[in-house]
Design a protein around this ligand. Structure first.
Ligand code: F6P
Length: 405
């Protein structure tokens, strides 16, 4: 056995793409002459009892497109470095000493910790203690600072979008209002992206305050245009208009969110006397095969994590700053959630399409083309481009579309 080793573990809630990272780490490590060991059940496998398997080409072959994690995972357990969203708690020094001993005994040059905010906070404390770690950002919520995308997010959005496509057809057939509740904790990324991709009419996010009046106004506005069905996308972490999140409080841990979809559905039904149905997509968003995007991102993250270890850049986390895979100190990625910006381009595009965020009546959307909106028409020397003619066509098309509503 080679004397040089790289360790890997998967921690926290699972998501599609974990196995793709593991495979990426194993393949890249072996090219550089390192053996790999995978610790079982997240950080738990590092100490008392130490539990790991040797990872080889053979036992990581064919896992690229498999959901879940072949190493298993633990949410919190003995190695909690945060309480609630971000308050730091110190890991028991005895555990840290035990982990250091394991890493030294197994001659591990670097431990790849694949996890979300809480798990990377543990990695940061390991780093401060002198345990050689690098981080890989994982979560369907896409709420980690310092990276444009975590792997798992795209797969979750794909799953939610498929669900919206299905709801769309049945909503239209029965002229119903469909409410769908999506995951994402305190960030609305999944709801925002799936809402746009799946043709949602109302999207309720943790980041944008909303009222039932505005939600109902949008539904009625659609009805006045002949659309007797509507899709309402609700992020599980959206705050109720009267204040408060919906879910179960857990002492010393993050609240388990869920249930807002039913509350919103019941209230719409009460106010509009219309048939409303609710779907909660739940953990379907966390399961199954990763999308192509997530496979590529996870593979790049795995390969880059190995590069960081080989270059001695310990305490760093791989990240995606499109179009490049880069790295930042882990400390920059933890204890601060990346949430949806009110005036971000996706929110603006949604408003431009008439999607309501429930923050104003449908006819008072903050989106409006300014009078002196500067239209630049690109022309080429070869093609004569009749801008006026094109605008005439656009206007005629708009009139036709309006007449159809
Ligand atoms: O953080 C990922 C996530 O799936 C959240 O979107 C969701 O609120 C939470 O985990 C669910 O956690 P659990 O699997 O413990 O129910």
């Amino acid at each position: 056995m080679s004397s040089k080793r790289i360790g890997i573990l998967t921690s926290g809630g699972d998501c599609p793409g974990l196995n793709a990272v593991i495979r990426g780490v194993v393949k890249a490590s072996s090219q550089l002459g390192y053996d790999c060991v995978g610790f079982l059940k997240g950080y738990e496998g590092l100490y008392d009892p130490v539990r790991y398997i040797t990872l080889t080409h053979k036992n990581t072959s064919g896992i690229l497109n498999q959901g879940g994690t072949i190493l298993g995972s633990t949410n919190k357990g003995r190695f909690a470095a945060t309480v609630g969203v971000a308050d730091r708690v110190e890991i028991d020094p005895e555990l840290l000493a035990g982990v250091k001993h394991t890493i030294d005994q197994l001659n591990i040059a670097g431990l790849v910790c694949i996890g979300g905010d809480g798990s990377l906070a543990v990695a940061q404390q390991f780093h401060e203690y002198g345990i050689p770690v690098v981080g890989v950002p994982k979560t369907i919520d896409n709420d980690l600072s310092a990276t444009a995308f975590t792997f798992g997010f795209d797969s979750a959005v794909e799953c939610a979008t498929n669900a919206l496509d299905r709801l769309h057809t049945t909503a239209a057939s029965h002229e119903r209002i469909m409410v769908i509740e999506l995951m994402g904790r305190h960030a609305g990324w999944i709801a925002l992206h799936a809402g746009i991709a799946g043709g949602g009419d109302v999207i309720l996010l943790p980041e944008i305050g909303w009222t039932y009046e505005n939600v109902c106004h949008k539904i009625l506005d659609r009805e006045s245009h002949g659309k007797r069905f509507s899709l309402v996308v609700v992020a599980e972490g959206a705050e109720l208009p009267e204040g408060g999140l919906v879910g179960e409080e857990k002492s010393g841990a993050q609240a388990k969110l869920g249930g807002i979809g039913q509350i919103v559905a019941t209230e719409i039904e009460r106010r509009l006397h219309r048939e409303v149905r609710v779907s909660v997509l739940g953990h379907l968003q966390r399961g199954g095969a990763p999308t192509t995007f997530d496979r590529v991102l996870a593979t790049q993250y795995g390969a880059h994590a190995v590069r960081l270890i080989v270059q001695g850049r310990l305490g760093e986390m791989v990240c995606y700053h499109p179009p490049e895979i880069e790295s930042v100190p882990i400390i920059q990625a933890v204890n601060k959630l990346r949430t949806v910006e009110h005036d971000g381009s996706a929110v603006q595009a949604a408003r431009a399409l008439g999607i309501s965020f429930g923050d104003c009546p449908a006819d008072e959307s903050p989106f409006a083309w300014s009078e002196d909106f500067d239209v630049e028409v690109a022309t080429s020397d070869d093609v004569e481009f009749d801008a006026e003619f094109t605008l005439d066509i656009a206007e005629a098309a708009t009139e036709e579309a309006l007449a159809e509503l």
